[in-house]
Design a protein around this ligand. Sequence first.
Ligand code: MSP
Length: 511
Amino acid sequence: MAGSYFLTTAIDYVNSAPHLGHAYEKVLADFFSRHEKSLERDVLFLTGVDEHGQKVQQSAQKEGIEPQLFVDQTSAHFQRLHESLGIVSSHFVRTTDDLHKKVVREWLQKLHDKGEIFFQEYEGFYSVRQEQFVTEKDKVDGQWPEIFGEVIETKEPNYYFKLEPYRQKLLQHLDENPDWIVPAFRLKELRGALAEPLADLCISRPKSRLSWGIPLPFNEDYVTYVWFDALVNYVSFASVKGKLVWPPDLQIIGKDILIPAHGVYWPIMLFALDLALPKHLLVHGFWTNSGAKISKSNAKSLIDPVPYVAKYGPDALRYFVLREMVLGQDADFSDDRFETRYKTDLGNDLGNLVNRTLAMIGRYRGGVVPNYDGFHLLPGDNALRSDSYLEEYRAAVDQFAPHLALQAIWKLVQCGNQYVEETAPWKLAKDEAQSKRLDVVLGLLAETVRRLSVLVQAALPFTAEKIRAQMQLFPGPVRIEEALFGNSLKGQAIGKPEPLFPRLEEKPPAS
Ligand code: MSP
C-alpha cells in the first residue's frame, strides 16, 4: 500500500487575521495527510499564505509600514495557528519566498517564449476588490455585483494569457475524468462556465499602480497578477530532495475559488506548460456564523479560532469542524453546537470510555491489563471485536467524507460504553466466581481504547497521543492496520487516567 501522496490547500490572503474558514481547510488537509501517513505513504503536504497583491499593499500602507514587514507579521499569525492546531505540513508556503519568485518568472518566460502571452492596450472596467478586469457581461440587473466592490474605468496596456485555445481540451478532460472535481455537482457548474468562449486573462499590473508583486521577466515595469503568482505556488514547493513531485493527488479549495481560478486558469496554465493536472480537486463549502456568512468584509461574523483552541484544546476544534461539515456543503457554527459536541461526543462518549476503562483496570487489576487467553467469550463480546469499524472508517475517508469517518469511529465508542453498562464490571468485581469474566471484559475494553487511539489519530492527534501515553503504549502515529482487533495488551501496565476533555463551567469564548 505504500507509495507517495501529494496534497495542497489554498494559500490564504494575509491582509487580515485567519478565521474559522481558513482553519477548517487546513485541518481538513491535515486529516487527509495524517491518514495517508498511517497508510505508510510518503506525504508531501503544502499549505501557506498568499502575500502579494493590491489588498496587501493597501493594508500595509494603512499601517504605515513596508509590505514586506506587514506580511512577515501577518503570516506569522497563520503559522502560529497551524502550529496550535497540530497542522503538520511539509512546508509553510510563502509567496514572497525567493524560490517561488524564481519559479513564477520562469513560467512567465516559458509562456512568453511559446507565444502564449501577448501585449495589448485595454480600455474598460476594473474591480479594485477582486483585482481583475470586468466587462458589461459581469453586471447583474445592470449593476456591478457587490463582490466586485468599487469598479473603475481604466485604460492601460497589459500582458494577456490566451485561455480560449485550451477550452475544448479542458472540456474533454472533464468528460474523461468525471471524478476530477469532488463533489460532482461542482463539475456541472464548471461545465457551465466553459460553455462560452473564454476571454484572455490579464496577467500583469503596471508597477505605477501596483508595486507589491513579482516583476515580469520580460518587462520589469510590470508585476504579475496575484492569482497567476499564487497558483504557481503549487509547483514552486513541490520538490523533494531537488526532484519535482507531480501532479498533486489532491488539491483542497473552497467553493469560491473553483471558478475561474482553479477550474479554468489553473488547468489551462498546466496544459500550456505540458504539466499533468491534479488528480482531484476537492471543493469544500463555507462556514457560516449562526446563519451569517463568515467573511473578512463582515467583521461581526468572523470567528477567530484562537480562543476556542485556547479554551477547549485543538482537538475540540478539529473534531467540531470535521464532524459538523458534510464535505462540499455549507455548515453553521454556533457556540451552542460547539459546546454540545464538546460535552457529549468528546466528554461523555470518548473521554468517559477511556477514563472509566483505565480507572477500572487500575481499581480492579492493579493497573495491569488482564490476560484472557483461552477464556470463554459470550456473544455480547463480539461487537467489540469487530473490524467493521475500521472498514467503514476507511471507506468514508476514501469517499472524502470525514464526518462519516468520525461517525464510524463513534460507533465503536458507543459500543464500548454500552458494553460497560451491560457487563457492569463493578458488579463482577464483587463476585470472586466472576473473576475470569471480569478479565475478559477489562481486556476487551482496554483493547477497544487502544484501537480508538489509532482510529482517532488523523482527526484528533493530540488526544491519540494522550490516550497512548496514559496506556503507556508506544507513542503514535502508528499504521492504520493497528486499528484491527488484536490481543496484544495482556500484562501491559497502564498509567493513571487523566480526563481528556475536562468539564468547563464558563460560557464559550465570545467570537
Ligand atoms: N489567496 C487565495 C487563494 C489562492 S490559492 C492559489 C484566497 N485566499 S482566501 O484567504 O480568501 O481564502 C483561502 C481559503 O479559505 C479558500 O479556499 C477559501 O474558500 C477558504 N475560505 C474563506 N472563507 C471561508 C469560509 N467562511 N468557510 C470555509 N472556507 C472559506 O482565496
